[in-house]
Design a protein around this ligand. Structure first.
Ligand SMILES: [Fe+2]
Ligand SMILES: [Fe+2]
Length: 330
């Protein structure tokens, strides 16, 4: 059994000046995938008495720091069991949406790898990433099953539209890796913030999150360096399309990941004005803006933010002045 990581893994950050440095990053990521990886049914002690999921466990109660609903008077007035059930529902929904996104992602990675010529270094890394994502899908689904709650993931209409995602690499691989970052970066941002703030109280959730952060750091590194390597040599028309589509994808994805699920609102009869007051605030808008901060900085570094498409970033509520490369995140 491999212990869950004790410290939060950092991403590989390298300058991609030339092909050699890009290949160096892939080598490091391949090695890290062999040296440190976790398996859903080997490395998580599902049967440990401390790891059992009880929907009335007060450790599921929402922290106002991670979910603004937790700060509302309506929520605080609920009995502790209902507060716990709402908190658990929220965690499980995030995992369900996460595993659905990763299912699309895996199919897209395999479509990308299918067409790679022999000898391409990306092939091996993409297979490592797909293997890791299979374990993430299993651990997320096992968690959802153990809640015994009727958790739904993405809304049906969105799930139907999302089925195009695995085919994006056949048309534009750069756009596909923007989609990858659009799903992985916001979740990673929220998970790191929750863990660093000490808001995760249940050991099962903590273990799953730590394993996920450690492996996602590599996936995010690969997508970032792939884009750094490829975008500067893109044909100008494809590049312009990428610049226009990116804020639309990011704006939609950040909202899906962070907004409250409809079935939860209906199940617990949460009044509409409570939902509005909790999530339609400057703080929530800042959270959406901040969670795509790293991708926005990357897009600026790659000269993909132009005057006209900056309006799209603003329209989707995800604009903020990009930080210069090398500047430390706040
Ligand atoms: Fe994952
Ligand atoms: Fe991933």
């Amino acid at each position: 059994m491999t212990q869950a990581p004790t410290e939060l893994a950092e991403e590989v950050r390298a300058q991609v000046k030339d092909k050699k440095s890009y290949l160096g990053v892939i080598d490091r990521l391949n090695k890290a995938s062999v040296d440190k990886h976790w398996e859903a049914y080997r490395d998580i002690p599902w049967d440990d008495p401390d790891f059992q999921v009880d929907k009335n466990d007060p450790r599921w109660i929402l922290s106002p720091a991670t979910d603004p609903l937790g700060a509302s008077d309506w929520y605080k007035a609920q009995p502790p069991e209902i507060q716990a059930q709402i908190g658990l529902w929220r965690v499980a929904t995030a995992m369900k949406i996460g595993l659905q996104f990763e299912n699309l992602l895996k199919r897209g990675l395999l479509n990308y790898a299918y067409r790679l010529p022999n000898g391409r270094p990306e092939f091996r890394y993409v297979y490592h990433e797909t293997t890791e994502e299979c374990h993430h899908g299993m651990m997320f689904q096992e968690f959802v099953n153990r809640t015994k709650m009727p958790i739904k993931g993405m809304p049906r209409s969105l799930s139907a539209v999302a089925q195009v995602a695995p085919w994006i690499p056949l048309v534009n691989t750069e756009l596909f890796f923007v989609f990858v970052l659009g799903g992985e970066d916001p979740i990673d941002f929220v998970q790191r913030k929750s863990l660093k703030g000490g808001h995760i109280k249940h050991p099962l959730e903590e273990t799953i999150m730590k394993i996920h952060i450690a492996e996602e750091a590599r996936h995010i590194s690969f997508a970032r360096h792939y884009l750094k390597h490829r975008v500067p040599n893109m044909n100008p028309i494809r590049r312009r399309i990428l610049g226009l589509v990116t804020p639309i994808i990011l704006g939609i994805m950040a909202r899906i990941m962070l907004s409250p699920p409809g079935p939860l609102v209906r199940r617990f009869n949460i009044p509409k004005d409570v939902v509005r007051e909790a999530y339609d605030t400057e703080e929530s808008r800042a959270q959406i803006r901040d969670c795509v901060g790293k991708i926005r900085d990357l897009m600026a570094e790659l000269d993909l933010i132009t005057l006209p498409n900056r309006q799209l970033w603003k329209a989707f509520g995800i604009w903020d002045a990009p930080r210069k490369p090398g500047a430390k995140a706040a």
